[in-house]
Design a binder for this molecule. Structure first.
Ligand code: G3H
Ligand code: 13P
Ligand code: ZN
Length: 332
């Protein structure tokens, strides 16, 4: 089937109390690992490419990889621009066939964010593409967005109604305590459980509840939602890596979010950790290997395992592909 947008995905996710996984893609094996897992579980999925991913892989490669995934797997897939830094990047992706774009104006003050988001919405909607925007600031580092922890700011519930109605966006990313990367909290912000594992402070579900009251039935997006699964961190560290005190968002909190108005949960760091774990483990076990197909395949295997786990045990989107296809067909 052709690429789909996220409108139908979010409607069904909202009604069904589940969330759609939005996984960052940068190369063929990542696309394969994610989509094979989603297809086996009959789950919808969002593949998202950042500006950095487009720079690394080049737009046409990413587009064709996603098209290949559609040809091989019979599930609804949306292609989304993650953290679009400006109008030009959003326009380029819309012109290139993306079905959804994020314009990230969160670094601007409220009115400027509205003004810039509106420009993207106008162009996107003219071309049948949906738009995600962001209010509030997440801490963390990506290629194009760098926010120091002291500059991070929770979304203010009293701003969301005006932002959504003024801009006409289709979904809203909010800041309630998540952040980008594999080191989301400093050890001193956490407690330790009986096994010595860092336990971070709880997400601000009170802010999420306030936002839901202000904009009922509106799809909310959680960025920075990797859980930094200890299994992969342990494998990395046991095989020559050094990721001390990596900490993510506990999965019980993500499950709780998925049952609420949160319809899209963004995962990148967990994919990076799974891929790195597979490759490091391979090299330690087979120092004589130098065929990339051998070691990258092990990274892909862990990506597939990770995405299966997320879909079944965190997002709850398994078995939901058909209801989305039916809605897309009904809306044609
Ligand atoms: O939130 C951003 C994603 O993790 C993308 O990261 O800009 O390094 O591709 P990137
Ligand atoms: P993580 O770094 O927690 O995977 O967040 C990814 C993300 O938000 C992509 O936009
Ligand atoms: Zn993000």
């Amino acid at each position: 089937m052709p690429l789909v947008g996220t409108k139908e995905m979010f409607k069904k996710a909202y009604e069904g109390g589940y969330a759609i996984g939005a996984f960052n893609v940068n190369n063929m094996e990542i696309v394969q690992g994610i989509t094979e897992a989603a297809a086996e579980l009959n789950s919808p999925v969002i593949l998202q490419a950042s500006a950095g991913a487009r720079k690394y892989a080049k737009g046409p490669y990413l587009r064709h990889l996603v098209e290949a995934a559609l040809e091989v797997n019979d599930i609804p897939i949306a292609l989304h621009l993650d953290h679009g830094p400006d109008f030009e990047t959003c326009k380029a992706c819309i012109d290139d066939g993306f079905t959804s774009v994020m314009y990230d104006g969160s670094k601007y003050e409220f009115k400027e964010n509205i003004k810039r988001t509106k420009e993207v919405v106008a162009y996107a909607h003219e071309h049948g593409v949906v738009v995600e925007a962001e209010l509030g600031k997440l801490a963390g580092i990506e290629d194009d967005v760098k926010v120091a922890a002291h500059d991070a700011a929770y979304t203010q519930p009293e701003e969301v109604e005006e932002f959504v109605s003024e801009t006409g966006v289709d979904s809203l990313a909010i800041a309630i305590g998540t952040s980008h990367g594999a080191f989301k909290f400093k050890p001193e912000q956490c407690t330790r459980n009986a096994d010595g594992v860092l336990v971070p402070p709880e997400l601000r579900f009170d802010i999420l509840a306030e936002i839901e009251k202000k904009i009922p039935e509106f799809p909310i997006v959680l960025h920075g939602a990797s859980s930094v699964i200890p299994k992969y961190v342990k494998i990395i560290n046991a095989n020559g890596g050094k990721l001390d005190d990596a900490v993510g968002i506990p999965e019980d909190q993500l499950r709780r979010a998925a049952k609420s108005a949160v319809c899209k949960i963004n995962i990148d760091s967990d994919l990076r950790l799974a891929m790195t774990a597979g490759i490091r483990e391979h090299f330690m076990a087979h120092p004589e290997h130098f065929d990339p197909r051998q070691y990258i395949a092990d990274g892909r295997t862990y990506i597939k395992e990770l995405v299966e786990h997320k879909i079944k045990d965190v997002l709850g989107s398994d078995g939901r592909a058909d209801e989305i296809v039916a809605l897309v067909n009904a809306n044609k």
